[in-house]
Design a protein around this ligand. Sequence first.
Ligand SMILES: Cc1ncc(COP(=O)(O)O)c(C=O)c1O
Length: 418
Amino acid sequence: MSATQSDTSGLAAGPALDASFFAAPFRHPVGSPIRELFPYLSRPGMISFAGGMPDPALFDGDGLQRAQEKAWKNKSACLQYGPTDGLPMLRAALASVMRARGVQCDESGIMVTSGSQQGLDLLLRVMVEPGDVILVEEPAYPATLQAIRLAQARVVSLAVDDDGLDIDALSARLAQWDRTLPEPKALYTVPTFSNPTGLTMSRARRIALLELAVKHRLLLIEDDPYSELRFSGDAVPSLLALSEEVPGSRDWIVHFSSLSKIVAPGMRIGWMLAPTEIMRRCSIARQTVDLCGPGWPQAVATAYLEDDACAAHLPRIIAAYRAKCDALASGLQAALGEQLTFSTPQGGMFLWGRVASGVDAAEVLKAAIEQGVMFVPGSAFYSDKADRSTVRLSFAMPSVEQIGEGVKRLALAVSQMA
Ligand SMILES: Cc1ncc(COP(=O)(O)O)c(C=O)c1O
């Protein structure tokens, strides 16, 4: 029965719940701008460059089935409540993944989370008070912007260029911090194959950023779901791995990673590494969120990693994403030329571009949907002052053939803007 209907007891029902009933961050909440595009995806024949989802054709069904059979031999681990920080055997397997990425650690320094998104949520819970300032490279991953807003912190955006975060600008800003704002508490970055730009922060800038973190006592939140998906160029170590080179900097890094983009997002396996005092508090915060993560996918992930199936699977998905990225970049160049400028990413899932200035990408999207192709207008990735001519195209989901057709449709939509 709705709150406005009267009931048979004769008591007048109260008014419908209005915004004031809810906690401040949820009085007028705004959902994810990308998820709002989902209804169009089901249109017959639609080609989508919109989502950031992995290609389901690339899931390692056989490898995961083998892992599942092995995991099931330990039914108790699959079915029982488990430790809040994750199954010890999975933490050990993830520690060895991190050591292979150049990070010194053991399982005691790893907390398993329900996707890396949960790690960010826990961190914000234990760290942020209303009004706190969090620095964010922009354009940025919308779910991070949303999480920071819901934590009632202020986002202060930082400029990026083709080499990632503009460290000189950041350094100058920190040196002459706007005294009307609280000192920034943390800085969020996706330094490798960023979502949305696909770009990577150079090694030199990473070192400079670590030095700034120590100097200004600024917590660096490194979000790293994509770095294994490199298809060209030389690998750049994570901030966490490079912290060995900058004394004291490891104390200022929280690092998130995930199996979502390299194995399967449906497993919801992410993990975090952070200074002990942060980890301890995140673990306590998690006790009230879900007590512990589901044991079953953790046990499957353990078996999968222990059998080196992930390492064997990676070259296959890297080759596939490389082919897709090449198809998109060369197709856009041929079909749109100067009408769309972009840098070709060396890995990840995204290509960031800009249509002619003055053209609103949201209008291009409307025309594109009519042509049967979708993308995400760049404005979704800004906290304020969006560059409305920008677009994010994900090459992960469509096949190479669909990418070719999608580019043709996109070119038709862009030509209608002239
Ligand atoms: C930059 C970034 N961080 C975090 C996530 C969330 O990943 P997970 O599935 O591990 O929660 C995504 C997913 O698209 C992402 O692009």
